[in-house]
Write a protein that binds this ligand. Structure first.
Ligand code: SAH
Length: 359
């Protein structure tokens, strides 16, 4: 950048060295990402964002029709980079993750109130990335009222969501469609490893004889057990455990499953950690395939942007070979369609969810 004439978080006009207009952008004074491009739109800032929000909301009425919990605005992919808006019933949860969106937070709240008329808006600005932008971490209700726990349905399952303290904004909404699809594959004895509040486990439980759900977090397992009980699903066992250890234990005890889900946290958060991460993915997939009965289904996920689909497939191929468990690939899935991928910004494509069948 040759010169800049802007305050932190300004919406600026970007020009090439020769003065050719390149479009508008958010300017950040501290981040490595100095400019977040927004493209063209009305000159008036309010009209500009009103138009963007309208397009994002219109799209959700098609791909998330009837979903009580879904993402309404997904940053770059809705051309409002670093703005997240999630809906939980009649509550909205907003994150402004750069100086640009943070500067315009009041405007977003005003526009969303007028357009969506939610009962309450929670600003959930505690992600660490805000520190890179020189912004403080805050969680506060900015409009109406937001209950401690919000009740939403995902498919036929009721969840009670803690939007103030839960991971992400309360649920893993990017897996919403994959949760529902897992239900259609589920049968026999199910295993949901890295279960959080049971997004996969509870959908599976409606079709399985029994489901074992594993997570290292005690509050997550308590919430899962509570959700299972309120849905009348008595066939779910929720266990606090380290998945790496527990898969080994299950193997020793010769346990067998018909449907297994692996949805670990991102093992590769940076490029430098990639090779260690691949070792982690190999280990859990190898062990899961050993626990899977012939004819069984493995739904295996990675949300590491650095683990590309070809790399992940390579890991799975080696896991299957070492487990002496030949598999076929049945389905390739991404994050839910309300979290679309912006071509040209590869970081917006991070979740891979592959469905394998053991032969
Ligand atoms: N499957 C969930 C999301 C899982 S997020 C859903 O669809 O809703 C990853 C989860 O893995 C978190 O809940 C975290 O607590 C858990 N976790 C991370 N490392 C773990 C480990 N080694 N053993 C067990 N759980 C772990």
């Amino acid at each position: 950048m040759l010169s800049v004439d802007a305050e932190p978080g300004d919406l600026v006009d970007v020009r090439s060295e020769r003065g050719r207009p390149l479009g508008r952008a958010f300017f950040s004074s501290t981040s490595q990402i100095t400019l977040r491009m927004l493209g063209e739109g009305p000159r008036d800032v309010r009209a500009f964002f009103a138009e963007r929000l309208e397009a994002a909301l219109a799209y959700r009425t098609r791909v998330a029709a009837g979903a009580q919990a879904c993402r309404l605005v997904n940053g770059e992919a809705d051309r409002i980079p670093s703005l997240i808006v999630d809906r939980y019933g009649d509550v909205l949860v907003i994150q402004t993750l750069s100086q640009g969106t943070d500067r315009h937070l009041d405007l977003f709240i005003e526009l969303l109130q007028a357009r969506v008329k939610p009962a309450g808006i929670l600003v959930r600005n505690d992600p660490k990335v805000r520190v890179l932008e020189g912004l403080e971490q805050v969680v506060e209700v900015r409009a109406g009222t937001v209950p401690d726990l919000v009740d939403v349905m995902e498919g036929d399952i009721a969840y009670r969501v803690d939007v103030r303290h839960g991971q992400k904004t309360g649920l893993f909404l990017d897996q919403r469609e994959n949760h529902l699809v897992a239900g259609t594959y589920a049968s026999g004895r199910g295993l949901d490893a890295f279960s959080y509040h049971g997004g996969f486990a509870l959908q599976m439980a409606r079709h399985c004889d029994s489901v074992l759900a594993l997570d290292g977090s005690e509050p997550a397992i308590a919430a899962l057990a509570d959700n299972a009980a309120r849905n009348g699903l008595a066939n779910v066992e929720a266990r606090v455990a380290n998945v790496f250890d527990e898969l080994r234990e299950l193997e020793i005890s010769k346990a067998r499953f018909d449907t297994i889900v692996l949805d670990p946290p991102a093992f590769a958060k940076t490029k430098a950690s990639l090779s260690k991460a691949l070792g982690g993915y190999k280990e859990i997939n190898l062990r899961a395939l050993k626990l899977l009965r012939p004819g069984g289904i493995l739904i295996t996920c990675t949300c590491s942007y650095h683990v590309s689909e070809p790399l992940f497939l390579e890991v799975l191929e080696r896991s299957a070979a070492d487990a002496l468990a030949p598999v076929v690939l049945v389905e390739k899935r991404l994050q839910a369609r309300d979290h679309p991928v912006l071509l040209g910004v590869p970081e917006t494509s991070y979740l891979k969810c592959l469905v394998l069948r053991r032969l």
